[in-house]
Write a protein that binds this ligand. Structure first.
Ligand SMILES: C[S@@+](CC[C@H](N)C(=O)[O-])C[C@H]1O[C@@H](n2cnc3c(N)ncnc32)[C@H](O)[C@@H]1O
Length: 332
């Protein structure tokens, strides 16, 4: 998924740095990815550590992490379930009625075909879950598969803050439900859907990886439709973009970010703390240093990184230059 702040391309740099700091090896360590997003970082550590704890306060992100991190044992007949969902007749439901042109609609987040297909699949997953035909692991595997597959055919410039006027090429394609495969390691991992600053008071471990938002763009607003597919509840979509009520993160406000960050570091029962942040963030590198320095031994590493870009159809004015990605390190 093309996610704002995704660490897919930085995961090698992050892992190499973490391994060089935590010299005693990873296999007996608990690794926590507290702002997990797509789960990219937790996934890169899953096989190497004793346990991963993954958390994010967006529900669609919980679904992804519950599957990619939380699922660690083989699920029987998963391809058969995917096939059955792909073979369903189309259905006019909440997504088709509110986020497609359909019969007189105006929001074109999905083609009519894909909106109906998402509705059909989402309702069947719910039915199987309620009737006990599938367990929790399968439920989240199928939901994660739907979120990933729907995102591939969304008619947006990459985030859901707006839809495009005309169907772009990838959005015109018929959605195919693809399995969201996860690594099988037979271990027990923990996945949460909580506010980071609340959860940190209740968990403990060895390595805490922090990747909070850098700027004022709220993830709940930018990815609202993924939450709507994941939750599949009923509400009155608001305004032109069909927004739902969404979480507001204290990490997205200049006023509250430093206090929240300090509270988090103070309450963290982890020896090693790593913070990904960039040079255009709400906190400066100096702010972070001043806070982390109070709680132990601090240092910083940096890497040049390509800025997050919306796709070309969007005609947005993102500059194509590189930014500095920081990895702040604290041994508490
Ligand atoms: C930069 S992204 C993380 C990206 C992730 N490392 C990846 O590679 O996909 C920041 C994440 O923090 C989450 N978030 C923001 N504020 C939060 C809070 N107070 N508690 C928990 N999660 C939060 C957002 O939903 C978002 O997914």
């Amino acid at each position: 998924m093309n996610y704002i702040g995704s660490k897919v391309k930085l995961s090698v740099f992050i892992k190499e740095t973490i391994c060089s700091v935590v010299s005693s090896g990873l296999d007996n360590k608990v690794f926590c990815d507290l702002f997990a997003g797509t789960g990219a970082v937790g996934r890169s550590f899953k096989k190497d550590v004793k346990k991963v704890i993954a958390n994010d306060f967006e529900f669609f992100s919980y679904v992804l992490n519950r599957n990619y991190i939380g699922n660690s044992r083989e699920l029987e007949n998963k391809e058969e379930y995917i096939q059955q969902l792909n073979d369903l007749p189309l259905l006019e439901g909440f997504i088709y009625n509110n986020y497609c042109l359909g019969k007189g609609g105006f929001r074109q987040y999905f083609s009519d075909y894909n909106g109906k297909k998402i509705d059909a699949i989402r309702q069947k997953i719910n039915e199987w879950h309620i009737k006990g035909r599938i367990g929790e692991d399968m439920y989240y595997f199928l939901l994660a598969s739907l979120i990933e597959s729907a995102d591939k055919v969304a008619n947006t410039a990459s985030v859901y803050g707006a839809f495009l006027k005309h169907l772009k090429k990838s959005a015109s394609k018929k959605m195919i439900l693809e399995p969201a495969y996860f690594d099988i390691d037979g271990k027990n991992h923990d996945v949460y859907n909580k506010d980071s600053n609340e959860l940190v008071k209740k968990i403990e471990g060895d390595i805490l990886y922090l990747d909070p938002p850098y700027n004022t763009r709220q993830y709940g607003a930018n990815y609202h439709l993924l939450n709507t597919i994941a939750l599949y509840d009923t509400f009155i979509p608001k305004g032109k973009t069909g927004l739902r009520a969404y979480n507001k993160s204290k990490y997205c406000s200049k006023k509250t970010v430093a206090t929240s960050f300090e509270e988090l570091v103070k309450n963290a029962d982890f020896k090693y703390i790593f913070l990904s942040y960039n040079n255009e963030g709400l906190m400066t590198a100096e702010d972070v240093k001043r806070i982390m320095n109070k709680y132990g031994k601090y240092r910083i590493t940096t890497k040049e990184y390509q800025r997050f870009k919306a796709d070309k159809t969007a005609n947005r004015n993102h500059k194509a230059d590189a930014t500095q990605e920081y990895l702040h390190i604290l041994v508490k």
